[in-house]
Design a binder for this molecule. Structure first.
Ligand code: URA
Length: 237
């Protein structure tokens, strides 16, 4: 048996101190029953603990990875066309049921998060989850101010207006513009289609950040385990 607040801290759902607050606020259920008294103990093997309707388990039960997807591979387990998949890069890890949180298309590179924690993966891929994702983009041609303003305000993608986003022009060199764009949605090929809407072709696309998590110095095809702070951050957002 383990104290409920300690158990909650071990899941990354809260720090030890904020766990007591979650309990007092009536946001924690044990085996379906809301628990508001502090000092309750749980059996980590047999009891099901939920915070805000999400089952939480000790972080050590699961694996959380950041992977630098190279371009030229797909984000699914198998492909009818026999193309390379992200799992070809991760096969020696031998982690069962590792799923990617969202997708990057074949020609896009950059940060993918992977986990076998189904609850967290589900939460992070849900359309209502609007964590900002930042991409480094190169397009052919210049990006005048009015096109930047259009992108920021919203453009039509698949018949729908995109949400407000951040766009920063970094440089224009040798006929190409380099930008960073931060969007909170994840429509299929969204960034490419947004630039298409302002008549610009994307020639390079790389996801460099998801929320506060940054790709940093990972090399293409490389991966690393997330640390406890990063897992705690993902669970909290
Ligand atoms: N936008 C795209 O166009 N492609 C991706 O893979 C991700 C965002």
């Amino acid at each position: 048996m383990e104290r409920l607040n300690k158990y909650l801290a071990s899941t990354g759902a809260a720090s030890r101190r904020s766990a007591d607050k979650l309990i007092s606020q009536g946001r924690v259920r044990v085996n379906g029953k809301t628990v508001t008294e502090l000092g309750v103990s749980v059996n980590e093997k047999n009891d099901t603990v939920m915070v805000d309707d999400i089952i939480v388990r000790p972080v050590s039960d699961y694996s959380y990875l950041m992977f630098y997807k190279p371009k030229g591979c797909i984000t699914t387990a198998s492909d009818e066309k026999g193309r390379k998949t992200i799992y070809d890069y991760l096969s020696d890890l031998n982690i069962p049921h590792l799923i990617s949180v969202g997708r990057l298309d074949y020609d896009t590179e950059g940060m993918l998060l992977l986990t076998n924690d189904g609850e967290l993966a589900h939460k992070l891929t849900h359309p209502s989850f609007e964590v900002p994702k930042t991409y480094s983009v190169k397009v052919k041609g210049e990006m005048p101010e009015h096109k930047l303003a259009q992108l920021r305000k919203g453009v039509l993608v698949d018949g729908e207006l995109t949400k407000r986003c951040k766009v920063k022009l970094l440089e224009y060199k040798d006929g190409e513009s380099k930008l960073n764009i931060t969007i909170t949605e994840g429509k299929n090929r969204q960034v490419r289609k947004m630039f298409e809407a302002v008549e610009r072709e994307v020639i390079f696309l790389k996801r460099i950040a998801v929320g506060e998590l940054r790709l940093g110095g990972l090399s293409r095809g490389g991966y690393r385990y997330l640390n406890e702070d990063e897992i705690y951050y993902l669970k909290r957002i």
